[in-house]
Design a protein around this ligand. Structure first.
Ligand code: URP
Ligand code: ZN
Ligand code: ZN
Length: 469
């Protein structure tokens, strides 16, 4: 099976030129100014379109058990939606629950994904228990399983939380074995006090989720995480960074030469605390951690993206329905109707990332097309050990490609999106810049508004170690 993509404008993190791309056996085998002599089974016309590396979303939670329910997208629905949005690779978070080995947690996630994924995927490992056996298992995950990054939580005491001593031990091990620590940086101990006080005062509405998770406690935890990593001599990657105070901690560290890295997500760039003030229970749509911040944080995050203090844009896709019964799903956000602390944390986004960032980042002139590719595909691949197989357009790379129409417009809506969730946080927002064809390892999976791939074709991809510098 061969494919020829004709007449496109190829954009990578560093290049911008017009050429044809020939694909055989899942990989790019030829790039040339005019390949019209080459015979191909399928020809894709990319005239007036961009051809970009498929998006890589390094932060998703398909079917994550959380808050008494589970994230509503599974690997079939979630990766299909990802493909519609121009994302051809996800890195999801497998969880080691207390009492389990890392491999037991990993096995559960392999079972969730096998036979279901429509695009390729990898796993990070969430660690919730640390002992000498678990620490040595980290080495095995890196060497044998292709799982090279580990998420730790400074938040959610009693659920995912690790104390500073446990975190420091894991970081020391990562310093030896080359694993990358991904940190959920919020001071969960202090937040729990604020939550208890808010509920005692009768403040139960969704907005109190945000009011009990102040940005200063994200800044404090981010600073602490970076300093612990510095002492342990290991790089650190801050996930879902939302606040100026956290960005300041990352920027200050980077200026000192400390290998601190961070991602932000579209919700922190386009939505704000004001969304929690929407009528009735609608604020629950935006209950996620860290929470949405007051508007003024957004400009700082855009600046961080421009000046590379933020290196990646991921989604933290973790959807929960507002109403019981959507596609047979149980009660989800409504679990917290009378108590904001019981609203499952998370929101959908895997499908909307690429168009939102093109529209809000490139079209507004905040950054270049090359930077768009770098933030959404190339740097994610480099940091998480997928490059150069993924994250670029080059001979020998996987043909994970997106033909992207920079002029096409669409209105985001739950009535047309493909994620398995009954609302969209960006409902009614018009964006310019839409994927028209998406290829996963050389197979067309999206053609216009049609899904032409298949569940189960996406395969698990083992990753190498942190490879940014
Ligand atoms: O609210 C969020 N972010 N839900 C997903 C779990 C996490 O902390 O990433
Ligand atoms: Zn998190
Ligand atoms: Zn997350």
């Amino acid at each position: 099976m061969s494919v020829l993509i004709k007449n496109g404008r190829i954009i990578t993190a560093s290049d911008d030129y017009r050429a044809d791309i020939f694909i055989e056996r899942e990989q790019i085998t030829l790039i040339g100014a005019d390949l019209s002599q080459v015979q191909a089974d399928t020809v894709v016309d990319a005239t007036d379109k961009l051809v970009i590396p498929g998006g890589i979303d390094v932060h998703t939670h398909m079917e994550l058990p959380f808050g008494g329910t589970f994230a509503s997208d599974d690997f079939a629905t979630g990766t299909r939606a990802a493909a519609f949005g121009g994302t051809t690779h996800i890195i999801d978070f497998a969880v080691q629950y207390r009492g389990q080995t890392l491999r037991q947690g990993l096995e559960t996630w392999h079972k969730k994904a096998e036979g279901k994924a429509c695009v390729d995927y990898s796993f990070h490992m969430i660690m919730t228990e640390v002992n000498p056996g678990i620490l040595s298992e980290m080495d095995a995950l890196i060497e044998q399983e292709g799982v090279t990054s580990f998420k730790l939580f400074m938040a959610y005491p009693g659920v995912f939380y690790l104390d500073d001593g446990e975190i420091f031990r894991v970081m020391q091990r990562a310093g030896e074995n080359g694993g990358l620590i991904c940190m959920h940086a919020e001071n969960g101990i202090v937040i729990d006090v604020l939550v208890e006080q808010a509920l005692a005062a009768g403040n139960t509405a969704p907005k109190y989720h945000a009011l009990t998770r102040p940005s200063s406690m994200e800044g404090e935890a981010t600073h602490r995480a970076i300093r612990l990593a510095e002492l342990a001599r290991t790089p650190v990657y801050i996930v879902h960074l939302s606040a100026l105070e956290a960005l300041q901690a990352v920027t200050e560290a980077r200026d000192l030469g400390i290998p601190a890295h961070a991602e932000t997500c579209p919700q922190y760039l386009f939505l704000s605390y004001d969304n929690y003030e929407e009528p009735g229970f609608d604020g629950a749509k935006y209950v996620m951690s860290p929470p949405l911040r007051p508007c003024h944080h957004q400009a700082h995050l855009w600046r961080g993206l421009q000046y590379n203090d933020l290196q990646v844009i991921s989604t933290d896709h973790c959807p929960f329905c507002m109403k019981e019964g959507f596609q047979g799903l149980p009660r989800q956000k409504e679990l917290g109707l009378d108590n904001f602390s019981k609203i499952p944390n998370g929101a959908p986004g895997v499908e909307t990332r690429m168009s939102l960032i093109y529209d809000g980042g490139v079209r507004t002139g905040k950054f270049s097309l090359n930077r768009f590719v770098e933030l959404t595909s190339t740097t994610p691949a480099r940091i998480f050990g997928l490059w150069p197989r993924k994250g670029t357009i080059a001979v020998g790379s996987d043909a994970d490609l997106v033909v992207f129409d920079p002029e096409a417009r669409k209105t985001i809506s739950a009535s047309t999106h493909h994620m398995r969730v009954d609302y969209n946080p960006y409902e009614g927002r018009e964006v310019q810049g839409v994927p028209t064809q998406v290829l996963s390892r050389g197979q067309l999976v999206i053609d216009g508004d049609q899904f032409v791939g298949s569940a189960g074709r996406g395969s698990f991809t083992k990753r190498g170690c942190f490879n940014y510098y």
